[in-house]
Design a protein around this ligand. Structure first.
Ligand SMILES: [Zn+2]
Length: 264
């Protein structure tokens, strides 16, 4: 597209392109192809450092997540244990109830020998039958509760074993994360000083421009030109911009995303 067609057009960023459709910096910042290569190297290193810092930043969160998961499981196990204790208590109460009923039966049976009338005998026998029936029901309940207590104890044991395994696993993982964090910190220190050395080879004005764009664009300041389009925003570049980038004597910005264009 000839540059003239761009005159007076509104760009995607809303900026009016008047006389000069080529988005170069005013005043023009000169740069050599070699310096551009150094800048590309710097960006690759900055990207690497960004990744390392991001990973390092996620480590405490990951460790906390693992610990929280374990605490959640522990709390559920405690709840299960409390339920089990409640069942045991219920069983004991039922056993006392059963013993009382059985005692009632025995007492009435002793009294049978002392009754004088047939009527009283029959009435007492009815009492005994009722107490026996009640005791039978309670006994069933006790048996059922015993089964439930056994089941709950079995589950409790299983859960305790599982949680111990989980605790060891979490401990190992948290340890691995701490070691990873340590490695990243060492890597960061080494790579940061290497990065500083690279940055010192770049002209302050260029470096400033790069850092400003990097801050504004969240990392990517330098983008390649691919098939006549910007590798950052995919906008078709005007031929004049491509010519200038190819010349490699000055910093040329993409008109769409305001990033530094370079050839790869
Ligand atoms: Zn762009």
């Amino acid at each position: 597209m000839p540059p003239a067609k761009h005159a007076g057009m509104i760009t995607p960023t809303g900026r009016k392109m008047l006389k000069c459709p080529l988005r170069s910096i005013s005043p023009v910042i000169s740069i050599s192809k070699e310096s551009m290569a150094v800048l590309a190297d710097l960006q690759a290193r900055d990207h690497d450092l960004d990744q390392l810092r991001a990973r390092l930043g996620r480590i405490p969160e990951e460790a906390a997540g693992l610990r929280e998961g374990l605490e959640g499981d522990k709390a559920r196990a405690e709840e299960m244990k409390a339920q089990g204790k409640k069942l045991q208590l219920e069983r004991k109460e039922k056993e006392v109830e059963l013993a009382t009923k059985e005692e009632t039966v025995r007492k009435h049976q002793r009294e049978l020998n002392e009754v004088k009338s047939n009527e009283a005998f029959k009435a007492l026998q009815r009492e005994i039958d009722l107490a026996k029936e009640g005791a039978g029901k309670i006994e069933e309940e006790v048996l059922l509760l015993m089964e439930r207590v056994d089941e709950s104890l079995r589950k409790e044991k299983e859960e305790a074993k599982r949680i111990e395994g989980l605790r060891q696993e979490v401990e190992r993982k948290v340890g691995d994360l701490a070691a990873e964090g340590e490695r990243i910190r060492e890597d960061l220190a080494k790579k940061t000083s290497e990065r500083e050395e690279i940055a010192s080879r770049i002209a302050p004005e260029t470096l400033k421009q790069y850092l400003q764009i990097r801050a504004r664009k969240g990392g990517l300041a330098l983008v390649p030109v691919r098939n006549g389009t910007c590798g950052g925003c995919n906008m078709k570049l005007i031929p004049q911009a491509i010519v200038e980038v190819k010349k490699g004597t000055q910093i040329v910005l993409c008109d769409g995303c305001q990033r530094i264009l370079h050839l790869v």
